[in-house]
Design a binder for this molecule. Structure first.
Ligand SMILES: *Cc1c(COP(=O)(O)O)cnc(C)c1O
Length: 454
């Protein structure tokens, strides 16, 4: 029986008594949570094992590889070999949302289009690609084939490809991480195996196979796919496992986004300070992507930035882990949820323990939303702005509405200041530009057919 299951030494009913939010999450109601563990930035940073120096190190590494990207991925030429996405205002969507929800969003609404990142079309083109490059660089340095001053287009040489062909890379994924790591690893010449959970879309598996990537399919969810990837690499010194649940390298790859965003905000003449806070809404799966980006943003903007994680009601593992303090010690399945969602990028039942613990002093809050709402907003964004995203990427879009309509979120924003105050709302659009037209038409039609109870 579910209620007698022991989770971290306690029964579900004991946990429910201790943490009332559990009972709410079990009903699949859309939920908000403000983090009581958040600390003033200076205090939080002092106890954090990662620092700005780590982010700079990752950023420098990506800069070294720009030379290689210019040579082998012509789509990065426009950004001079740097994999980066546009930051755009979405005034028509803002107006649309305000009418729909009968409220006025205080401040401007912007979209960070990681959906349109080159090479793999999702936020995973940050962390996933970064960890593959990190691995390749390390191997090349160990073999004495490289100094940090060598022009990195040498990574495209036959000699380097032959070297990497002796190594393999393994990863478990719901789709997008596999896509990033598969494409990048294959390009460098690694043998790469992607362990795909049942959520993974067919087109992603087809695309990877066409590039020579080995795809192993599972009927089960993300945790099992990851466990099998880990098992494959165990005891094989020539196999590097990219551990989406625990990797600091992935995390730091994502964090570099903050340095880039700072420049983009400056170019757009958007001030970020105490009187002009930046509210950022990040779709969250296992936590590495949104956690890494949020970590970088906190390091860059300190107390002036407020980061929220957004999850499907069926897969609200980060909110569950953070609100109970159990982090990866509890899963949505422990609550009787299925972890089945249209937001395949977010279909994770157990959060990264590393990210939950590390981010607790930094994160403002979490919320969950229904699949219907993601689909609905997908069609709304397509109609109002002509921007097409995958369902996961819409999870952040509900955040700005919640700051107006939800009691907890609106109280949070009111407490920040009483005087002249101007918020910028930034929705992190995490994927979608590579979705085949047929699949996108289907998403769009599903959104158009939904009557959303507001
Ligand atoms: C992976 C993914 C996320 C979340 O990243 P995590 O590191 O799993 O938290 C969000 N959106 C999309 C489209 C993704 O593929």
């Amino acid at each position: 029986m579910l209620s007698e299951k022991i989770i971290n030494g306690k029964s579900l009913s004991q946990l429910e008594a201790e943490y009332p939010i559990i009972a709410v999450l079990r009903t699949l109601k859309e939920t908000t949570w403000i983090n009581p563990g958040k600390r003033p930035f200076q205090e939080a940073a002092e106890t954090c094992p990662l620092t700005m120096t780590d982010i700079m190190d990752a950023s420098d590494r990506l800069d070294r590889f720009a030379d290689y990207f210019r040579a082998v991925f012509p789509e990065t030429a426009a950004t001079d070999g740097i994999i980066e996405s546009p930051l755009v205002p979405i005034p028509a969507m803002q107006k649309n949302l305000e009418e729909e929800y009968a409220c006025k969003i205080g401040g401007e609404l912007w979209l960070k289009q990681d959906s349109h990142l080159p090479i793999s079309g999702s936020i995973k083109a940050r962390g996933g690609i970064y960890e593959v490059l990190h691995t390749a660089e390390k191997i090349a340095l160990e073999h004495g084939l490289l100094t940090l001053d060598t022009p990195y287009r040498i990574f495209a040489s036959d000699e380097f490809r032959r070297l990497f062909s002796q190594y393999s890379i393994a990863v478990g994924s719901t789709g997008n991480l596999g896509l990033s790591i598969g494409i990048m690893s294959a390009k460098l010449g690694f043998n790469v195996t992607v362990h795909m959970s049942a959520d993974a879309r067919q087109w992603k598996k087809d695309m990877l196979r066409s590039k020579g990537v080995t795809v192993v399919e599972y009927e089960s969810d993300y945790s099992i796919a990851v466990a099998n990837g880990r098992k494959q690499a165990e005891g094989d010194p020539y196999c590097h496992f990219i551990d989406d649940e625990n990797s600091k390298t992935l995390f730091l790859g994502y964090s570099v986004a903050a340095l880039r965003l700072k420049k983009q905000l400056e170019t757009a003449h958007i001030t970020v300070d105490a009187q002009h806070p930046l509210f950022v809404y990040l779709p969250c799966g296992v936590g590495g992507g949104p956690g890494g980006v949020a970590f970088g943003l906190k390091m860059v903007f300190g107390d002036a930035v407020h980061c929220f994680f957004a999850e499907p009601t069926q897969s609200c593992c980060m909110m569950l882990g953070m609100a109970t303090g159990l982090n990866s010690g509890i899963s949505v399945q422990d609550l009787g949820l299925t972890n089945l969602t249209c937001a395949d990028g977010l279909a994770v039942g157990r959060a990264s323990g590393f990210v939950g613990a590390l981010m607790t002093p930094f994160i403002s809050g979490c919320y969950s939303l229904s699949d219907e709402r993601m689909y609905y907003m997908l069609a709304q964004l397509a109609d109002s702005e002509g921007i097409y995203l995958e369902p996961s990427a819409l999870a952040g879009m509900y955040g700005p509405i919640l700051t107006e309509r939800d009691p907890l979120f609106s109280q949070y924003i009111k407490q920040l200041s009483s005087s002249a105050f101007c918020v910028t709302h930034l929705v992190w659009a995490t994927g979608g530009s590579m979705v085949p037209k047929e699949d996108m038409d289907h998403y769009y039609q599903t959104g158009k057919n939904i009557c959303l109870p507001l």
